[in-house]
Design a protein around this ligand. Structure first.
Ligand code: URA
Length: 205
């Protein structure tokens, strides 16, 4: 069972779900979001991979190592942010979640966003970016951009990012990814020396 660091998120955990037959088949457990329920920064990935499925926590494999490193570099602690996924069950063979699976899981993500009311949502990769912005996204060129998204009848600020795994396949994406995570800290006002000031700068964008 994942350490959420916040017992207050019991209502955000999904105890059981059988909506997506292929995912019920491929998962070993449901992987809920982790982190404080009053976090100003919410990171949204695509869906659990093998490590996350095994450990029951988002971003704990190699992608998670890169994300943790970028957070540290930005003066942010993993414990200060919330991390979740568009779908909570591991898709078979690490394929992208289907439109139907994304729709089936949307309510859980919307509840999480509504409960946190974060200053900023950071979408990690093309799938969460397109899912939340509801348009096609050229993630490599749009990474670092801030956009508005309508989520559960509220307007939310979204910072688009490449997926941390992209930096493993293509080293040239690493600096840009680290800069985007630093920007997340700066914009949201979360983080230490290299990160935020405690004061959100989103009004400027
Ligand atoms: N990739 C994701 O999109 N989410 C995870 O939790 C892990 C890897």
């Amino acid at each position: 069972m994942a350490e959420n660091g916040d017992a207050l998120d019991a209502d955000l955990r999904v105890p059981s779900c059988e909506r997506c037959p292929a995912l019920v088949e491929s998962r070993s457990q449901i992987v809920d979001g982790v982190g404080p329920t009053d976090a100003d920064l919410l990171f949204v990935g695509e869906g659990p991979g093998a490590n996350e499925d095994e450990q029951g926590e988002p971003f704990v494999g190699r992608s998670g190592d890169v994300l943790d490193e970028a957070l540290r570099d930005a003066g942010l602690a993993r414990a200060d942010v919330r991390i979740t996924n568009c779908v909570r069950c591991r898709p078979p063979d690490n394929r992208d979640p289907t439109a139907e699976e994304l729709a089936n899981c949307r309510g859980h993500l919307e509840s999480e966003v509504a409960r946190l009311d974060p200053e900023l949502i950071v979408t990690l990769g093309k799938v969460p970016s397109e899912h939340l912005l509801d348009r096609s996204v050229a993630i490599t060129s749009e990474s670092g951009d801030v956009a508005d998204a309508r989520i559960a009848d509220a307007s939310r600020r979204v910072l688009l990012s490449v997926h941390p795994a992209a930096t493993l396949y293509d080293r040239s994406q690493r600096d840009g990814f680290f800069e985007t995570i630093a920007r997340a800290g700066e914009l949201s006002g979360v983080g230490g020396a290299a990160g935020g000031s405690g004061q959100s700068r989103l009004g400027e964008y």
